[in-house]
Design a protein around this ligand. Structure first.
Ligand SMILES: *Cc1c(COP(=O)(O)O)cnc(C)c1O
Length: 395
């Protein structure tokens, strides 16, 4: 029997999500206020160990809202990794500021604290470390450099909701943190986001900016230019359902990544990131680096061969400093990010979602090993030698 196809991600909405969304509709509170919104903001702040959480329409608007609240504007520079989703840099651009790209650490794949100082200028205002693919960045080291230079720190935690750093939840480790609840993220409501922060002084301005700039004390009076970045009560209802199952969701995602690591540990040319000792991950996408020489074929050929076998994957992010909106400025600055470039060309994201079974993961890994073995056979055949016998391996 042919196997079903395996997508790269899928939301898990198997709890109260549907019932809560229906209750929100029945209540007629379907826009941007309602009891599910209040409940979600309260529970999410608590889960992140922060006094405040403000829900937003998506993770990109969460980033823009956080930066706008901190007063980022034209002429400012903000340090960001280039190895991230484009939204991290775009949010800086929306403010009229310039993203300046910093390389990532070869172990954690997150912003390298040792590379920050060299990128700081008079114009630098802040740093946005990204907890890439569910693994927290080295926040103590990043905060230490930021403190020395008077910079703020905003965590982009879009891919790492509920991850912990030295026992502390992401979202509580900088001046503010942003989250995404897109359909493929750790928890989801289709499109949604949030900003968490500790300073009560930020809350009033953030809520005003989120709600078109309206004065909370005077309805329909708008003292500043704001945005409409609100989340709906229907979406918040879905998130309340997700919150009830967050521990099961995160632990299943961890189990999947651990199984990929075990199954691929001895596969030549397939290298997985090892967790830092201080990291409790909330895995977004299990990922590996494909070394074509040792593995037998290139990353993109592996992805195509997997697709032929019904297994969907996703290439690692194209480094942002290589993309049209940013490459010119990066070249002018002589941006050189060797670790980022290496991850961008060798990295592959593998199917990761709670409903994926252990058998599915073993199947994906068996197909990867088979494709690698066949590739090496072709190479040796071309070189006119016999391929070495492959050791038998338990399935
Ligand atoms: C997904 C993501 C975002 C943006 O979230 P959206 O909800 O899609 O707008 C921002 N940063 C990172 C690192 C992401 O992975």
């Amino acid at each position: 029997m042919p196997r079903r196809t395996i997508p790269v991600s899928m939301p898990d909405l198997s709890g109260q999500e549907q019932a809560y969304a229906a209750a929100a509709v029945a209540s007629t509170w379907i826009s941007s206020s309602g009891s599910f919104l209040d409940r979600f903001e309260r529970e999410f702040a608590q889960a992140c160990g922060t006094p405040h959480a403000v829900a937003t329409s998506n993770g990109t608007t969460a980033l823009h809202l956080a930066l706008a609240t901190l007063g980022v504007g034209p002429g400012d520079e903000v340090l960001v990794p280039s190895m991230t989703y484009i939204a991290t840099a775009n949010a800086v651009t929306y403010c009229g500021a310039k993203p300046v790209f910093v390389d990532v650490d070869p172990e954690t794949w997150c912003l390298d604290p040792r590379r920050i100082e060299a990128a700081i200028t008079r114009r630098t205002k802040g740093v946005i470390p990204v907890h890439l693919l569910g693994h927290p960045a080295d926040m103590d080291a990043i905060n230490a450099v930021a403190r020395t230079h008077g910079l703020w720190v905003v965590e982009d935690a879009a891919e790492a909701t509920f991850a912990r750093y030295k026992g502390r939840p992401v979202g509580s480790l900088g001046q503010a943190a942003t989250f995404s609840f897109f359909g493929n993220k750790i928890i989801t409501c289709g499109e949604g986001g949030a900003v968490t922060f500790a300073d009560p002084g930020l809350e009033r301005r953030m809520r005003m900016l989120r709600g078109q700039g309206m004065d909370p004390a005077r309805r329909y009076h708008f003292p500043i230019v704001g945005f409409n970045y609100r989340l709906t009560n229907v979406a918040a209802a879905i998130l309340c359902g997700q919150m009830e199952r967050r521990e099961a969701i995160v632990s299943r995602r961890r189990g999947i990544v651990a199984l990929y690591a075990a199954e691929l540990a001895e596969t030549p040319g397939i290298d997985l990131r090892r967790d830092a000792p201080w990291a409790e991950t909330a895995p977004w996408m299990a990922s590996c680096l494909v070394d074509p020489g040792r593995f037998g074929c290139r990353r993109d050929d592996l992805a195509a061969a997997l697709a032929d076998r019904g297994i969907d994957t996703r290439p690692m992010f194209i480094p942002i400093h290589r993309l049209p909106p940013y490459e010119h400025a990066a070249r002018k600055r002589r941006t050189d990010l060797p670790v980022t470039d290496r991850l961008g060309s060798l990295g592959l994201m593998l199917p990761t979602y709670p409903q994926l079974t252990d058998d599915d993961v073993r199947h994906v890994c068996a197909v990867i090993r088979e494709i690698g073995g066949a590739g090496l056979h072709r190479r040796w055949a071309r070189a006119g030698e016999a391929a070495p016998a492959r050791e038998p391996r338990a399935a």
